[in-house]
Write a protein that binds this ligand. Sequence first.
Ligand SMILES: Cc1cc2nc3c(=O)[nH]c(=O)nc-3n(C[C@H](O)[C@H](O)[C@H](O)COP(=O)(O)OP(=O)(O)OC[C@H]3O[C@@H](n4cnc5c(N)ncnc54)[C@H](O)[C@@H]3O)c2cc1C
Ligand code: FES
Ligand code: FES
Length: 1381
Amino acid sequence: MLGKLIRPGSMCRERETEEIPLTTARPENLAGRPPPPPITAQILLRGVEESSTMEGSDELLFFVNGRKVVEKNVDPELNLLTYLRKKLCLTGSKLGCGEGGCGSCTVMVSKYNPFRKKVIHIAVNACLAPLCSLHHTAVTTVEGIGSTTTQLHPVQERIAKAHGSQCGFCTPGIVMSVYTLLRNNPEPTMEEIEDTLQGNLCRCTGYRAILEGFSTFAKTSSCCGQSGSKNGCCREQTGLSPRLFEPSEFKPLDPTQEPIFPPELLLLRESPQQTLFFKGERVTWIQPTTLKELLTLKGRYPEAKLVVGNTEVGIEMKLKNMLYPVILAPAHIPQLNVSQRTENGITFGAACTLTYIGGELKKAVVELPSYRTEVFKAVLEQLRWFAGQQIRNVAAVGGNIMTASPISDLNPLFLASGCLLTLVSEGSTRIVRMDGDFFTSYRKTVLKRHEILQSIEIPYTLKGEYFSAFKQAQRRDDDIAIVNCGMRVAFKEGTDIVKELELSYGGMGPTSLTAKKTCTQLLGKKWNKELLQEACLLLVDELTLTPSAPGGMVQFRRTLSLSFFFKFYLSVLQKLGQDFKGDFEVESIPPEYLSAMESFPNDPPSAVQLFQQVPPGHVPTDVVGQPLVHLSSIKHATGEAIYCDDLPRFERELSLALVTSTEAHAKISSIDASEALKVAGVTCFLTAKDVPGSNTTGQIVMDETVFAEGVVTCVGHVIGAMVADTEAHAQRAAKAVKITYEKLQPIITIQEAIANESFHLPPKKVQNGNIDLGFAQADDIIEGEIYIGGQEHFYLETQCTVAIPKGEDDEMELFVSTQSPTQIQSLVAKALGVPANRIVCRVKRMGGGFGGKETRASLLSTVVAVAAHKTKRPVRCALNRDEDMLMTGGRNPFLGQYKVGYQKNGKIVAVDVKIYINAGNSLDLSSAVMTRALFHIDNAYKIPNLRVIGYVCKTNLPSNTAFRGFGAPQAMLLAECWMNHIVAKCGLPSEQVQKLNLYQEGDLTHTNQKLEEVNIRKCWDECLERSSYHSRRRAVDEFNRQHRWKKRGLAIIPTKFGICFNAAFLNQAGALVHIYTDGSVLLTHGGTEMGQGLHTKMVQVASKALGIPVSQIHISETSTNTVPNTSPTAASVSSDLNGMAVYNACMTLLSRLEPIKRANPKGTWEQWVSAAYMDRVSLSVAGFFRTPDLNYDFEKNEGRAFNYYSYGVACSEVEIDCLTGDHKNLRTDIVMDVGLSLNPAVDIGQVEGAFMQGLGFFAMEELRYSPDGVLYTRGPGMYKIPTAGDIPTQFNVSLLRECPNRKAIYSSKAVGEPPLFLAASIFFAIKDAICAARAASGVPGTFRLNSPATPDRIRIACIDNLTKMCPPAGAGTFTPWNVEV
Ligand SMILES: Cc1cc2nc3c(=O)[nH]c(=O)nc-3n(C[C@H](O)[C@H](O)[C@H](O)COP(=O)(O)OP(=O)(O)OC[C@H]3O[C@@H](n4cnc5c(N)ncnc54)[C@H](O)[C@@H]3O)c2cc1C
Ligand code: FES
Ligand code: FES
């Protein structure tokens, strides 16, 4: 059969009508059905092109988990993830971001590759994969590889049993990444496992457990590597448990058991391809099969987008609201998919994926002489840091070039190496060299409208030609560049005289650009110091950025452009020395300068976890103290664990999308939803007038609205909600609502709030001792300031609510991802104007919370409830990641100012501190956050005279809220900041001064609470010893003497964290325990499960209390109709409070069973329960607990503010690159006091997870706002949380032994928040390293380092001649792109 594409004369009068063969035959229809009739483009392209006629198919055939799927008329805007989750109800794959940045949607796609003649398996982000692109592929999801009802796949088993899942939301994606790796390579190296996880984020675990679980697949496994040391191997110390899991129990991996590639697809492999057409509501997708066909289509539809990986176009459509009515998919066109080695280089078709290109270049590097492959090696290095594997597996080289992004990682290399591009259009082919003229302006190239890129030739290099690539990003793994570059130099034969020079940069302007002037001026010069000097001067002159340049970090970016050249200069010098030794004189490189070119150490990760083994003679059913795996971990790993948005759709369910303010402070002049209401499927649009009860809402103070009324007070303020039949329609309609504003002056930053005296509350103060007397006793007084940026929770599961009106008595049931079901219940009741007893809020589990779902969940729940009430239908909304980040606030930004008096020996005598926090537009919990900050301003140090005053700033930012640590980490960082300042001033060893000031048993805190069972010094001494602090301090100093451009830093940091809610009334909890007649127990308590293992611990408590196995106890969910009036699951106290309530209930039950047991002492549990029932003994008990003796009085500054304190110490070592600001975490040792651990696996997971979240807070994560209060960082693309690559290479955690805590359940201690601050050891290790760098530049002494210690801040603090060449513009002389809020 011949397809025909008729070119109508009406459109192209100048040309003849021509016939183009499409396909020769339809593939055999394997289902035995007659082939569908060919369809024509005329039908499909209606509205785009009225008169074209083209034959093809509109049938999509693919497999999901071995089952064939045939879909007609697929909407090109539909992605695989939505299809899997909504249509096939395969909810194991999760939506974490929808922009390819988190990996929680990872699935495996297998396809026969006709060009490579084999089946390939690739990990893919389902959220970016257009469903249309999956023709003739086999998709495997987490459900397809194993389940609790069939059998677990070893990947699922190992991550679960190694404690590698906490909330479990990331787990299916991680499982699928590693599964795909093992399908391709059953015996990977540890490095390959790490690389495979580059594109997968986990916010809970801290990654160590994940890596350790998967290390059991690696050829070599890791241990502490300390065998032979004083204490022998870590795993062999007496009394300490060797491991948290037993690898010998794992099922072996058997690659022969994996599902085969569907034979039907294999049969189709030789069949000719067919043109595919899919027409949706707004977009038409055409997948041509030949280049000729593609060019014809492109000629006809010059505005059509070519889509291969969709990793750019997908983002543009989702986040930038772009619409491309015609998409051409060239992924199957041979000329665009092949590679070929030519005389001058290797040619790659434009649709070749980056993974494929990487593979081919690696082969070439091995096979060809080294000097030929300089460019290839540089491209490979750049690909190593290019996105994650899921992106590289689908993203094409052509997409990278043609996007013409100014921060493309490859374009600067292609420019500098002079790659040749073949550009084709119908009837024309031209070859252009990629040079400085290729990119004409922002995202524009020399390509003509009808042209496409066919291929790129990456050249070989010649002898005497050198090439390097550099990139600096916010984070090493999976991040776009801040600045990158490709640099090439060729020398006149036998000399070091520059013949050719190309320096191409990304991130230094609106396009990738070449420093033409610099390069020209340096031709003919010798490669020596003079050239370096001249090059830097020229580059500074040529690569200018205005102080307001988009992207900000102007001084850093300009400095980087010089730093990279300096590195290139040295590496070329080194190569010249090696290649032309003796031929001519090459300038020598001082040995300490070699460090400029060295990479960070790349040792395999190793870790030790030490915890006390449960004493011998333990009752077998007593699992308290055992490293029991999280009770949902297996279900996390199989995708069977249900989260809020995984609930199946309810009958007549509607979707909701929010309409939010684009202004920070403005009067709403008009709201026009008329166009929006015309969008297909729209049911209604809601605003404040639709709220049946009170539109006023809030947390401690009712200072918020359900919907804004008249005025908006932040960008992201909810103004309205669009309700429609599908999420896509609701979103589309919400974007079509037109709002006009009358702008008012906003207050955005803390400084602006101070200037305008804009505060939510009068200042709060804690004062102790006599501050004036204290300063009078001081030998020296220091003053300083630190700014600590905010932090986004980045729980992997965004806020979600499903509301179901029950149809009578105003009853409504809500499924919410919240830490505070009671608060949702009461605020929804208030908004609907009904009593709380009509509202039930249910929480099964959350995909992470970290404080972000303590109060801010009600922002969404109240709106969804109003919609459900109005429509009388179930309504659902899961926020998109960008909406969630925009609206829901985070950790309060913080400004601390200090004045501290100390004596010569380092003893602190007086501290006077002012704290400002940016609360945003409502108070929310910021007052309580401030209280905790005031209470933790001492960190772990005894301060005899102290005054701390806190100001809660009211600004036009989205309200900030609770976040793990709740103000304490910021306050403690401030404390360590002045401690660091004292150490720098008094010249004594840091650890000596810190230890001198540590609290002792019986000391009073600054809130006059007597400290009992103070374990801080125990932790301190153990940490010093385990980390070999003193010898490593010497080693670090020695390293720093030998390395000029890399410096190491070491820091040890203590923490003390007060346990309880500061609002005393919240320190209560309830539990409900039912024993059923078969002996099984249903346990309910007031706490919610968000990954922290609370339910697991509660089951352990009940199991020990009742003396029955864990398997007989079940927790189904948390709900307001089982345990009422609950406190939020927060403040680390949930195990303490709920554990005691559970214990209380169990004890009552036991006392009821006691007579029955006494009567039948040899009976079984089941027999006793049955007898009790027959005897009419109630087997249901509500337990209760309130923490006693909490009586702190703010006025008097006395009484007990906390139930007890948790302690910990961490020592960290880092290495920084002084030229780029990059850093590597080399080693961290933590000693943490968790009392007698209820569950060491859960507790160590909390310690590691909190540490990594703290590491993000102090060293990586930066929220960036415009001066107008618009948040730029609204997704993983711009906001960088730690990846697996950021964990310290050596990561040791030891739980302090022999330290029972009399104040909490089974002598345990709280653990959720206390360890987070220990990551400040990374911050101060970085600061220590910067100190060494500054000393080497002749700038000793103290300096201010704001948090987080990002590459920008590190580089600028490492003052040297290069930074001096790029001075910052004067403050107030320009409007910056972003501001510190
Ligand atoms: C999570 C994530 C991480 C990323 N990380 C990086 C990174 O580290 N570094 C980096 O540089 N980029 C990064 N990117 C950007 C992106 O992945 C790359 O630019 C990728 O190479 C684009 O390829 P694609 O096939 O997906 O392009 P598509 O989205 O399919 O297409 C992109 C553009 O190219 C055009 N196009 C494609 N092929 C042709 C052709 N043959 N002729 C003419 N026009 C064509 C399309 O019309 C479209 O405008 C990232 C993207 C994501 C989502
Ligand atoms: S949801 Fe797909 S990568 Fe985040
Ligand atoms: S367990 Fe990884 S995000 Fe929660």
